[in-house]
Design a protein around this ligand. Structure first.
Ligand code: ADP
Length: 182
């Protein structure tokens, strides 16, 4: 499913984000930036060891040894990935919904898109942030993700945004949420 928002496009796709050749792909990282399971592990594996070296450098330098806060985003190279850049953002862990999870998830999408815009990146792919190990229910997560992307594309000229879903079930949920939002 593909739609136009002013001079931008948003497309829902089913597949592996590590194979995506958009200029940037987004990693659902954790605050340590040291890699992990799920999409994070897959991205580090496909990018090769240099990605971890750059992530460690960002932790020491830009982040002064602190964790990357939930909702924030930083950018690295893509190394052996087809994508030139990886934008690492930390999704909220689902704790029932009363701990600001909605706003923090929305921040992940908005801050990643803003970072792309600031770096003249014209195409970006997102995974379904927080809906794996972090247990955010897919239906509300899909509504927040798509609403955040649509709002951003309505106000900015970015180019192409892909939501890369990893299961048919997730794809169907995102598709019905998008239809509902339009
Ligand atoms: P989080 O910790 O933010 O929940 P996960 O990596 O556990 O992150 O899951 C986020 C989403 O990424 C899940 O929907 C998972 O199925 C999906 N995912 C895992 N591997 C890939 C991949 N290679 N490409 C795209 N999506 C993926």
């Amino acid at each position: 499913m593909k739609i136009n928002i002013k001079e931008n496009t948003l497309e829902l796709m089913l597949g592996d984000i590590t194979k995506q050749a958009t200029e940037a792909i987004v990693n659902a990282a954790n605050g340590t930036l040291l890699g992990g399971g799920g999409v994070d592990g897959a991205i580090h594996k496909a990018a090769g060891p240099e990605l971890l070296v750059e992530c460690k450098r960002i932790r020491k330098g830009l982040l002064k040894g602190e964790l990357l806060s939930t909702g924030k985003a930083v950018m690295t190279g893509g190394y052996s990935l087809p994508a030139k850049f990886v934008i690492h953002t930390v999704g909220p862990v689902w704790q029932g919904g009363a701990n600001d999870e909605e706003r923090l998830l929305s921040d992940c999408y908005r801050n990643s898109l803003q970072l792309s815009l600031d770096n003249n990146i014209n195409s970006i792919s997102f995974p379904s942030i927080s809906t794996g190990v972090y247990r955010f229910p897919v239906k509300p997560a899909s509504e927040i993700a798509l609403r955040s992307i649509l709002e951003f594309l309505d106000q900015n000229h970015l180019g192409k945004v892909i939501m890369m879903l990893y299961s048919e079930r997730d794809f169907d949920v995102y598709q019905s949420s998008l239809k509902k939002l339009l």
